[in-house]
Design a protein around this ligand. Structure first.
Ligand SMILES: [Cu+2]
Length: 302
C-alpha cells in the first residue's frame, strides 16, 4: 500500500476528531488517551476521552513556559551535552517538591529540535530542594525546545516548554517528509493508522529479522509515544491502548489541528530503550460530497 493512501485515511480521521472537539466548545488539549486511568481512576473509552480533551482550554501542551502559576525555570538555556538543571516553581513562588507519579516518574523531560530531527526523552533527578538535574546527550547545533511533563501533588498535569540553543553553526533546515517506517539498530519499526469508531488508532510494530518483537514494559507501558506539531512544536502525549505488551503496540491519537506531526516512539527490548521516529501529514480532507458516502477513507482523500 502506498504511504499516500494511509496518510489520506488518517487525515480524514483527524478531521472527524477535531469536529468532535468543536462540538463541546473548546479546542483539544494535551492528549492523554488510553491507559489514562492514573488520572481519572477509571478506564475510559475513546468517546469519553474526546469530551475530556475538549473541555481543556489550550490547543496543545508545551507552548507556554508558565501556566496556572507554575513556571519552568532552567538554570541555563543551552542544549549542550552534560548537566541541565531547572526547577518547577509553583504558584507560591517556591520550587515544587511534591509530585504525582506519571508513568512511573515524577517528571519527564523531552528535548526536541525545532526541525524535529533530534529528540531525547530523559528522567531528571530531583534533590530535596526541588531542583531537577539530568545529563543531556550531545545535540547538533540548532534551536531546541525542552518540555517538562509533570503533575504537582493535588494539581493538574502540565506540559511546560522553554526554548534552548545548542551552540554552533546550525545545519540548513530539513523539511519533514511523511515517514511510516524507521530503522533503529537492528529493529524495523512500522507505524500503521486506522479509523476506529469514535477515535483514531495507530499501531506500532517492531520487527527484528522479520519477526515481530514484543517490547518490555517501559514507564509502566508497552511503549511511550510523543507527538510534536511541525511549526510550533505543540506537544501531545499519547499512551498505549493495551495494558500489557504483546506484539504490536496500539495507541489512540488525536491531534489538535491539521498539519504535520513528528511522532517519537520509545520502546525497550533487551533492557535497552530506543526511539523510532515517524512523520505524519494530518491534512484536512476536502468536504466529501454526499453521494460519495460509501467511498472508503483512502478513496475519499483522492
Ligand atoms: Cu519519561
Amino acid at each position: 500500500m502506498s504511504p499516500g493512501l494511509k496518510l489520506g485515511a488518517f487525515g480524514l480521521l483527524l478531521a472527524a476528531v477535531l469536529g468532535g472537539g468543536a462540538l463541546v466548545g473548546a479546542a483539544a488539549g494535551p492528549i492523554d488517551v488510553g491507559g489514562g486511568s492514573e488520572h481519572t481512576g477509571a478506564t475510559h473509552d475513546a468517546a469519553s476521552t474526546e469530551v475530556e480533551v475538549g473541555s481543556t482550554e489550550l490547543p496543545a501542551g508545551g507552548l507556554m513556559v508558565a501556566q496556572d502559576g507554575y513556571r519552568f525555570e532552567p538554570e541555563d538555556r543551552t542544549a549542550d551535552a552534560g548537566p541541565f538543571a531547572f526547577t518547577i516553581v509553583g504558584p507560591d513562588g517556591r520550587p515544587v517538591e511534591s509530585y504525582e507519579l506519571l508513568h512511573d516518574r515524577e517528571l519527564h523531560l523531552i528535548v526536541a529540535s525545532r526541525d524535529l530531527q533530534q529528540y531525547a526523552h530523559v528522567h531528571p533527578e530531583r534533590d530535596e530542594d526541588g531542583r531537577w538535574s539530568v545529563d543531556l546527550p550531545p545535540f547538533p547545533a540548532g534551536s531546541y525546545r525542552a518540555f517538562a511533563d509533570f503533575q504537582p501533588a493535588a494539581a493538574d498535569q502540565y506540559t511546560l516548554g522553554v526554548d534552548l540553543t545548542a551552540p554552533g553553526a546550525a545545519p540548513p533546515a530539513v523539511s519533514l517528509e511523511p515517514q511510516s517506517v524507521d530503522t533503529v539498530d537492528e529493529y524495523d519499526v512500522t507505524l500503521d493508522r486506522e479509523l476506529t469508531g469514535a477515535g483514531s488508532q495507530v499501531t506500532v510494530t517492531i520487527r527484528r529479522d522479520g519477526q515481530v518483537v514484543t517490547t518490555e514494559p517501559y514507564l509502566g507501558a508497552a511503549g511511550h509515544l510523543v507527538a510534536l506539531r511541525d511549526g510550533d512544536l505543540a506537544y501531545l502525549h499519547v499512551h498505549p491502548l493495551d495494558d500489557e505488551p504483546a506484539g504490536p503496540v496500539r495507541f489512540a491519537v488525536e491531534v489538535p489541528s491539521a498539519g504535520t506531526y513528528a511522532l517519537f516512539f520509545d520502546f525497550q527490548v533487551d533492557g535497552v530503550v530506543r526511539t523510532a521516529r515517524f512523520v505524519i501529514d494530518a491534512a484536512a480532507p476536502p468536504p466529501a460530497p454526499a453521494d460519495h458516502s460509501d467511498a472508503g477513507p483512502g478513496d475519499a482523500h483522492d
